[in-house]
Design a protein around this ligand. Sequence first.
Ligand code: AMP
Ligand code: ZN
Ligand code: FE
Ligand code: FE
Length: 289
Amino acid sequence: MDCKENLKIDLHIHSTASDGTLSPIEILRLARQLNLGAIAITDHDTMAGVKDALAHGIPPALKFLTGVEISVLPPPAFSYLGSFHVLGYSIDPDNTLLNHTLDELQQARKNRNPRILKILNELGFNITLTQVQKEAGECQLGRPHIAQLMIKKGYVKSINEAFDRYLSQGKPAYVDKYRLDCAKAIEIILSAGGVPVLAHPFLIQTQNAKILEDLVVTLMEMGLKGLEVYYPEQTPEKTAHYTDIAKRHGLLVTGGTDFHGSLKPEIQMGSGRGNLSIPYAIYEKLVGI
Ligand code: AMP
Ligand code: ZN
Ligand code: FE
Ligand code: FE
């Protein structure tokens, strides 16, 4: 039997309820195989995967946190940063306001896909919503699924290429979608009993360290409680920098791989690119043990 303190955790995992390729139950199984101490399923704008995992039953040796990842609009003074992501942990999955809000966000996602496909069609690509749906299976369709079909049809070589050439913001087939204001997202997470955390600061396009810190302070005034310090794609210097910000502002530290299964094949659950190791103590602090 392992001592819990030696186990690793992964608090950022996508399931088939959003754009991951493993079902919630497959995620639980893999987490056990990898001997992880704790995980959180954090799908984009939905808790359907979390609910499935809970209904199935969590293996006794694994700690499980409910989670969600919400795409938000920045505070007005930071509008030039564009959208970023807020994670919510330990949320009551049956909270009415939260579920109502997530339903609206799901609808916004549904409305967006045909608009993206219309542009792609105009650009000469032969792709239909039915084909994307068939390829993706029973899940929340998004840009990665469109990218996947573009690979299959030989239009691009990789998901990254599909984003870089067509699907990312500023590219020809980019379509904006309705997003929650960050203050609203934080408020809803708090009202559902959850812990709001700024996701992957590494991916926020700040020009310098001061801007990120100013953003963090502004979000803390709205109720932000944590910072996702551990993330696969960043240097150890970045991780140290985010740890320092969290420490100086009294924020909880979290971390995860942003595992998406075969939609992000270079990222492994629990270890990212192979060298990420998130200590169990992070989980204990987050749940207040
Ligand atoms: P959507 O939910 O349609 O807004 O798409 C967001 C998803 O696309 C996230 O899971 C990201 O991991 C993925 N994504 C965003 N930008 C890129 C990119 N440049 N390359 C590959 N995947 C991306
Ligand atoms: Zn995703
Ligand atoms: Fe994210
Ligand atoms: Fe994510």
